[in-house]
Write a protein that binds this ligand. Structure first.
Ligand code: FBP
Length: 284
């Protein structure tokens, strides 16, 4: 329990909220997010992710153990969420009913943590409620949360309704449903895609999910690259109007050049962890 509380404090920097840099896309989206029009050339190299995370005021970086093993020793100071499952986007999901399975066992993760001494504070896992593969992923997720807590680690579930049975992945009511599901799996944090706006706007749509998650803290994925002021405005409303417990941002950070990405992370952290106003954060 003491270790769990220490990890919680470190991950949230004592605020109860997280600023999570999502860096698992090299599997999820292959090279699409790292090369092409509008994407900084810096992003071509996987090390870009580590350069940003080591220089910016982030909370934690979520990525696969393989990348942590390759680069982690050269970037002391970064705290990690080990993303234990991932899949590529090659099979179109509507046809396929997505399935994403755990890559490493907890015993293997324990050995890696011991031998590397890198600060892995939490584990992450994506579930796709609505997929035909749902039963196996829910079982794996429940066990992962249990195993994480046994070790004093936190557990973060990415909960994305997806598959042939899902008509609208961004339906606010459905997103609230999967947030509640993550609570039943025992997750400390649940990461959802931002729901479609309903009467009352984006924050009102997200509020249903925050309430459904209860004591499981809810955060939103960042989505495709957007302008800095628009992103920060949305984030501010997610936290201060809807009651979200932070953010999980990937492409919006790493698709920028190193100095821009660092400044952007610091602005996100200012809102998420440091109580900055929207204007103060935009000025960073
Ligand atoms: P972004 O901030 O780039 O949207 O990343 C959030 C994220 O959940 C990643 O952690 C994950 O790799 C990806 O989005 C999954 O995207 P998709 O919805 O295409 O499966």
């Amino acid at each position: 329990r003491a270790l769990y509380e220490q990890n919680f404090r470190e991950m949230t920097r004592g605020t109860g909220r997280i600023m999570m840099m999502a860096a698992d896309q090299k599997v999820e989206h292959l090279n699409d997010d790292f090369h092409g029009p509008g994407i900084s050339e810096d992003d071509a190299d996987p090390e870009h992710l580590f350069r940003i995370a080591s220089r910016a005021r982030i909370g934690v970086m979520a990525t696969q153990v393989g990348l942590i093993a390759r680069y982690g020793a050269d970037y002391p100071g970064i705290r990690y969420v080990a993303k234990l499952n991932s899949k590529t986007h090659l099979v179109p999901t509507k046809m396929s009913d997505p399935e994403s399975r755990q890559w490493l066992s907890f015993e293997q993760l324990d050995l890696f943590r011991e031998s590397s001494s890198l600060p892995i504070l939490a584990v992450g896992y994506t579930i796709y409620p609505g997929s035909r593969a749902e039963p196996e992923m829910l079982r794996e997720a429940a066990r992962l949360v249990y195993e994480a807590h046994q070790r004093g680690l936190l557990a973060i579930l990415w909960a994305y309704p997806r598959g042939a049975a899902v008509a609208d992945e961004r339906d606010p009511h459905l997103i609230a449903g999967v947030a509640g599901l993550a609570a039943c799996l025992g997750a400390d944090f649940v990461k959802v895609n931002e729901p479609k706006a309903k009467d009352g706007g984006n924050a009102a749509a997200l509020r249903e999910a925050v309430l459904a998650a209860g004591r499981t803290r809810l955060i939103c994925a960042g989505g495709k690259e957007t302008s800095v002021p628009d992103f920060l405005k949305r984030l501010h409303a997610q936290i201060h109007e809807a009651g979200a417990a932070g953010n999980a941002t990937g492409r919006n950070i790493h698709q920028r050049s190193l100095p821009e990405a660092v400044a952007f992370c610091n602005a996100i952290s200012a809102i998420t962890l440091e109580g900055a106003t929207l204007d103060e954060a935009v000025a960073l």
